[in-house]
Design a binder for this molecule. Sequence first.
Ligand code: MG
Length: 394
Amino acid sequence: MPSCVALIVAAGRGARFGTDMPKQYQTLAGRSVLARSVEAFRHHPRVGSVRVVINPEHRDLYDRAVAGLNLGPPVSGGDTRQQSVRNGLEALASEGAPDLVLIHDGARPLVDADTIGRVIEALTDAPGAIAATPLADTLKREAAGSVAANTVVAGTVDRTGLWRARTPQGFRFPDILAAHRDAAGLDLTDDAAVAERAGLAVRLVQSNPDNLKVTHAYDLARAERLIMAELGDIRTGTGFDVHAFTEGDHVMLCGVRIPHDRGFLGHSDADVGLHALTDAILGAIGDGDIGHHFPPSDPKWRGADSAVFLRHARDLVRARGGVIAHADVTIICERPKVGPHRPAMVARIADIMEIAPDRVSVKATTTEQLGFTGRREGVAAQAAATVRLPFPKG
Ligand code: MG
C-alpha cells in the first residue's frame, strides 16, 4: 500500500470571518475547527500521518487547538495559500517524501472518511484527484458596472460539466512537488490548478455534500447544526463525592484554590466538585468510575490536580465522537463560602472541558447544620452531566 500523508493547510488569517480569531481556531461543537479537520484524516486507515501548515503568529492558538492529538511540529506557511502548500510539501520532502499527499483546507471540518477514501483510490490510476461536487444551481453573470444594491443579470452561464472544487486534493507526491516548484510566485487558489498548469491529469471524485468550508460566521453555525444532528444519543450521568476536612490552609473546589482554615483529606487534591463531575461524565458514557480509571492505590495520583481526571473523562467522550453538552455541580457545605468563587469555578470547569461557560453550572447549598456537612466535618458534592454521542453506524 502506498504511503500517504495528509497536509492540512491552516495558515489563513480569516479576514472574511469578521472576528480576531481565525476561522480554523474557532470552536465547533466543543472542538476547534482545525482539530476536527485533522481528526478526519488521523483516524483514516489509509492515511499514515498528518502535518499542519500554520501562520507562525498563531502558534499559541495552534498548540491549544490540537492539544492532545500528538501531532508533529507545524510547518510555517507563506504569504499566499500556494506558498503555504509549497512550504508544507518541501518539509515533507526533506523528511522522506511519501508516495501520496492529500492537501486539505483546515477550515473543512466535515469531510468524511468515504470522500478521503475515494480520492486515495483514484490516485491508483491518475496522478491527481480532487473531491468535488457537480453544480446544481443555475449560474448568472452580473452586468458590468452593477452596484451591490442594484445588481442586474447580464446572462445565464451554461453550467453543464461544471463542478465545485473542494478538498482533499490528492496527488502523487513527486508530481505535485515538481508542479509547485515550477509555479513558484503565482497565486493559484487550489492545488489542482497547480497540477493542471503542469499538464497533470486531475480526476474529479464525489465529495460528501456537507464538506463545507467555514468562511463566514454562518458557515460555523451551519456546521454546528450538522454535527449536532448526528449526536442524537443523549445521555445523562450523575456523580457524588465526599471529602473530610483535615489540617490545612486551603481547599480545592471545582478547580479553584480557596483559602480556608482546614484542608481536605484525600489521595489527590481531593477536589470533591471535580470528582463528582468526572463520575457524572463517566456515568453518562457507561465507563466505570473515577476509582476505576485512577486507582487510589496508585502513588502516581498522590496530590494530583483533579483537572487531570476531568480531562480524561472529556477525552473518553471525544474518543466516542461525542460532546459534553452540559454540566451541573452542587457543592454541599457550611464553610467555606462558595458564592464568591462561583464565577471562577464555572470558568475553570468550562476551560478544562473546553466547552462554553454557559453550558456549566455551579451551585451551593447547606444541610441546615445537620449531618456531617452541617457539623463542618467535610464537604459533599453532586453533579449531573449531559453527553451527546453519535448513534452506532450500521
Ligand atoms: Mg473524591
